[in-house]
Structures are given as C-alpha cells and as structure tokens.
Design a protein around this ligand. Sequence first.
Ligand code: R5P
Length: 326
Amino acid sequence: MSELRLSSEKRLRIFSGRGYPELAEQVAEELGIPVTPTSAYDFANGEIFVRFEESVRGSDAFVIQSHAAPVNKQIMEQLIMVDALKRASAKRITVVAPFYGYARQDKKHRGREPISARLMADLFKTAGADRLMVVDLHTSQIQGFFDGPVDHLFALPILTNYVGSKVDRNELTIVSPDSGRVRVAERWSDLLGGCPIAFIHKTRDPRIPNESVTGRVVGEVKGRTCVVIDDMIDTAGTISKAVDALMEAGAKSVIIAATHAVLSGPAIERLKACKATEVVVTDTLPIAEDKRWDGLTVLSIAPLLARAIREVFEDGSVTSLFDGHS
Ligand code: R5P
C-alpha cells in the first residue's frame, strides 16, 4: 500500500545579510545550526542581488541584519532577502534587526517631517515579514508601527549584570542623559537594589541632527559612582556632555552604559577624551578593531538573540527571558 506522509514540522533557518555576518554566525552557533548559504552581491550601479543556495520552502526563517552604516544599504538588502524568502515559500519570516535603523525618527517634531521609523515597519511588512525581533528600540511605541508581532528584547539584564558586578551598589546612582530615559533608569535601579536615579535636563535643537545642549543635573550625584545609560551612542555628543555635567556636579566617577554602539564620526575621540572610567556596550552593531580601546567593554548579544529565536520557533515565551521586564 502506498502511503503519503504529511509533515507540518517547521524547520528553523538562520539567514544573514552582509551587514554583520559575524553576529549571525554566533547566533547560529548558539542554536547549533549553520547559517543558510546565501549569495549576495552588488551590481555596478549599487543594486543588490540575493539568492539562497538551498530550498527554504516551509522554513521558519530568521533574517538577521543589524542596520549598521551604510544603513540604507543594509536595510534594502534585508528587504530584498525577505522578498526572496516570501517568493520561495518560507512558512514564516522574522526580521531580526538587533539595531533598528531610523528609530529616532518616530514622530514629527515639526511640520513637513517624515516618521521614518513607521515607514521602516511598513516596508518590512510589504516585503513579507510576519514578525520583527529587535533589541532596545529607541522608544517602545515603535512596536505599534508594525502590524504584527514584535519581539522587543532588552539588553538591560546583560548590562546590569556586568555593571552590578563592578561597582559598590551603596554609592551608585543611575543617570539618564535626558528626561526621556528616566523610565529605563528606574528599571536599572530596580535591578541594582533600588539605588537613586538622576537625570540631565537636556535641550536639543531639532533642526540640527546629532547636536544636543546639556543642561543641569537633577538628582543625587555628588561623591557617587554614576552610571549614565542610553540606548545608543552615535557621535557620543549626548553622553560625553552628560559625563562632563556629572563630573562638574561632583560625581566620584562615571561609567557609560549603552546598548547600541553606533560610534559615528567623532565618537571614539569624544569617548576617550571624556572622564568616564569605562564605556560598556553590547555588540548589536559591529565594532571595528580600530574603534576598540582598553576603556571599552563589549558584551555579547548573541546568546540573548539565540534564546529569543528558540522561544519563538518553539512557540515558547520571550517574556520569560526578562523576568517580567517586558
Ligand atoms: C537620543 O534621543 C538618543 O537616545 C541618543 O541619546 C542620541 O541619539 C545619541 O546620539 P549622539 O551620540 O550623537 O549624541
């Protein structure tokens, strides 16, 4: 008797764009599977071509690309990969963007501006993404821009574990570099035994990108070890001015902790020149050797991404990874 066996078993597959293949390799290694072989190249005029070298039919596809510089190219390549997966009958497509580009443009500050963070979500949806996985979005409400599930992962436990092991918690103050990140500072404080928090009153001219004016420190920082936190360090203008303000206000020492090391333009120069004793970041973005120095500590994000991917694949719980910090 002939028999037809039907299997609805899902197959987990990891795909990587060319933006940061090392991260995808680390994630795949954590999961114990290889990255799916992929050909990708640029045409003479800059257009991108992508083809997967194995069948992807029926797979649960996770497409990893961190939106590092050149940001627009990495995003376009990820969109093209999603399109190729859709047309090759992947069962479900998850865009894994450890650093989600354009997240800072999440609202109109003045008339006639775009909301590019929303446009990004629309582009991924149109290309064929079923869900997004991201780490420390600039603002949580960006999750609502994507019409589908968004796994918003937090680097907080990774950063607090490291920083908590290095400082005397009795003299610790967590500092938000602006009023917008006070809630995150509170979460840091919760995880580090309820230490005080402070923030820096910052004003910014919306017409000048990457330019901030640091104001006064609000909170208890004199004689204390301050950990100034942020979602990203781009040109390091914000964070280095925050360090200056804290030292002027009498802080004993300052540690910088941020999730995304964008590190554009003068960032390294500013970070080295500022009085912070250590700069702690994760590797959601590639950090070239010439941008590393003794004062920089880079914590790996791959184990967290791998655990989250496994939970999604197995229909488990991503929230459980954060002990309620979701
Ligand atoms: C601002 O709202 C962000 O959270 C960061 O503080 C800012 O984008 C960092 O940029 P930069 O390092 O260029 O000051």
